[in-house]
Design a protein around this ligand. Structure first.
Ligand code: NAP
Length: 582
């Protein structure tokens, strides 16, 4: 497919523009990934009349909601705060049936959006990008696709997802198992009959916690291989009636305004009282109430000190530990389910339905692999130091090479052939999480260190896509062909991101917010990576707005044929850093 065949640009394009599709380029813009971000990005681009396409590795659109089809997969955001906010017609039409909607419905929603706005025509599936190289002579990108094609474009927008590269444990014998086995991300689309089966599941993160709660009463025997427990809290899902949906529709403006005001991009606003200023009885009363309420209230409507103050966090963690003890019948099992190496909420909190109660069932067995480590996968099951477990099915709920993994998978070469994989070996460095010095014309609406990773994802996605779209409009109007963050701007942002970590207890957690993954080289314990922005959504939004209002301060913009003055070649980087006031 070429630019001219996918879009008639003659009607709305100013053909002298930098995104001119009549040039020799295949596209003005290529969007990578057709998930929540890619769908909205292509809508914005094609509304502007830009010749653009979306390249998606999967067989269809939906990203996270296309792939993750495991039992129990559902939102942890309130459904009506997860949906797109950009179209009143869409908001008026869609009925969210559950407060926390499940995967099949979420995928239906994304397809509905794509169909409503006729976006599918701009999408190409089953095409995985293996390499990308910036052509400095022409200020364009060349993308190599695994189907043998090479495509060129002026700008690339990466909407590749934060959790889109699943990781498997690095243990012997994974390929030797004779029965069905799969990572939760690759749960078979045709479904899996679990009835009466002996199922082993490795990992006890948010994904596993959803799976276990859903399948415990459907399988024969369930063996849960737990290395470290996670703090959990009840999801408290419920049906949304027609009447309630009508009320939600009437309040959408207010709902999205609240999300924009809160640090996490949710409806949940932190309790503004000081933790130590109220009595313990008052704290308990708040926690008792929040524990029964839906969603992340227990985490985000709590006292702000639980995120920063060890003592406050320890008191609240003990409260949750007691809740676990009250719900799990067997005290030894309950103690194993209580995290001892980190406090509540220093990682994204898994929300559960029937998870803890699953351990009260005779057919569910907790295997503590911190005591008896996994040794290998065998043709018939899992061998631990404590013995062999015979299994019919093995489920790997072992997490993701989060946030930077999708970038590392592509051999991305920027100015002068520099490698992003190499540049980010010890962790990402970006400007606003949106641009990277040395990689001109590459935009990341929800990149590492952007405001979306630690919030209600779609709220951050919409903001990021809007910002990138406005930047492209600005470049287009100004006939710019090259845009790049300065090194100084990038260093300043990355230092700010690090500083925000230093005030949060999260910096001590071993999880994807600190770039930890025992199955990825360089991401093991002790090597903290500053991958998310912790300053909260309002602060992030204010910052990126200010950058735009100041004429994209921190970026160097060039027009066609402009002298190399201001151009950032690798040899100039140090000099540029010293002379540019950003
Ligand atoms: P995760 O939180 O990274 O959990 C992975 C689990 O696998 C951990 O328990 C980990 O143990 C274990 N594990 C990994 N490698 C192992 C190995 N080699 N041997 C033994 N155990 C191993 O991944 P996830 O559960 O997929 O969740 C990731 C994120 O996805 C969540 O934080 C959340 O943001 C998102 N998510 C959201 C929802 C939702 O409700 N919407 C649902 C699912 C996921 P250790 O802790 O010891 O490393």
């Amino acid at each position: 497919m070429t630019g001219s065949s996918s879009l008639d640009c003659s009607s709305s394009l100013d053909c002298s523009s930098s995104l001119d599709c009549s040039s020799s380029l295949d596209y003005g813009v290529i969007v990578v990934g057709a998930g929540v971000g890619g769908i909205y990005q292509i809508k914005r681009l094609t509304d502007m009349g830009i010749d653009a396409t979306v390249l998606e590795a999967g067989g269809d659109l939906g990203g996270t909601w296309y792939f993750n089809r495991y039992p129990g997969a559902r939102f942890d955001s309130e459904s009506y705060t997860y949906g797109y906010s950009f179209s009143k017609a869409l908001l008026d039409e869609w009925h969210w049936k559950e407060a926390f909607s499940g995967q099949p419905e979420n995928l239906r929603y994304l397809n509905y959006v794509a169909d409503k706005f006729s976006l599918r025509q701009y999408m190409q599936f089953n095409c995985r990008i293996t390499a990308m190289r910036f052509d400095e002579d022409n200020n364009t990108w060349r993308l190599v696709i695994d189907d043998g094609r090479t495509l060129t474009c002026r700008f690339v927008v990466m909407t590749v997802g934060l959790l889109s590269v699943p990781t498997m444990p690095l243990i012997e014998g994974v390929d030797s198992f004779k029965g069905p086995s799969f990572h939760t991300f690759h749960w078979p689309h045709e479904g899996v009959d679990l009835t009466g089966k002996r199922v082993g599941i490795i990992g006890t993160g948010a994904t596993s916690i959803q799976v276990i709660g859903e399948i415990a009463d459907k399988v024969g025997e369930l063996y849960v291989f737990q290395r470290r427990p996670n703090w959990v809290a009840p999801l408290n899902n419920r049906i949304i009636t027609g009447e309630e949906m009508a009320d939600i529709r009437s309040r959408y403006d207010e709902i999205f305004a609240t999300c924009a005001r809160t640090p996490g991009g949710f409806e949940h606003e932190p309790d503004r009282r000081g933790f130590w200023e109220v009595s313990r009885e008052e704290r308990l009363a708040l926690w008792d109430r929040l524990y029964e309420e839906p969603g992340f209230g227990i985490w985000l409507q709590n006292f702000r000190e639980i995120f920063m103050d060890e003592k406050a966090n320890a008191e609240f963690s003990e409260y949750i530990a007691d809740r676990i003890r009250r719900r799990v019948n067997e005290p030894v099992v309950a103690e194993k389910l209580i995290p001892k190496d980190h406090g509540f909420g220093v990682q994204r909190v898994p929300l559960e339905t029937h998870y803890l109660e699953a351990y009260n069932r005779d057919n569910v067995h907790l295997v503590d692999i911190s005591e008896t480590p996994l040794e290998r996968i065998t043709p018939t099951g899992i061998q631990t130091a404590g013995g062999h477990h015979d299994l019919d099915i093995i489920v790997y709920a072992t997490g993701f090479d989060a946030i930077t993994g999708a970038y590392d998978q592509i051999d991305i070469r920027g100015a002068d052939g520099r490698s992003l994989r190499e540049d980010w070996r010890d962790g990402p460095a970006t400007f606003l999480g949106v641009l990277i010095h040395g990689y001109p014309n590459l935009l990341m609406p929800t990149g590492p260190q952007s405001g979306s990773a630690s919030t209600n994802f779609p709220r951050g996605i919409e903001s990021g896509v809007n910002w990138c779209t406005e930047l492209l409009q600005y470049l287009w109007a100004g006939h710019y062909v090259r845009a790049e963050a300065t090194l100084a701007a990038q260093e300043r942002w990355t230092a700010h991101v690090k500083k925000m970590y230093s005030i949060m207890l999260m910096r001590k957690a071993k999880g994807w917010f600190t770039g930890y993954n025992s199955n990825v080289k360089g991401h093991e314990e002790g090597n903290i990576r500053y991958v998310v922005y912790n300053g909260g959504s309002p602060k992030y939004m204010a910052t990126i707005k200010e950058v735009a209002e100041n004429g994209y301060e921190g970026l160097i913009l060039n027009r066609e044929g402009e002298s190399s003055e201001g151009m950032t070649r690798p040899s100039d980087y140090a000099e540029l850093a010293s002379r540019q006031a950003v």
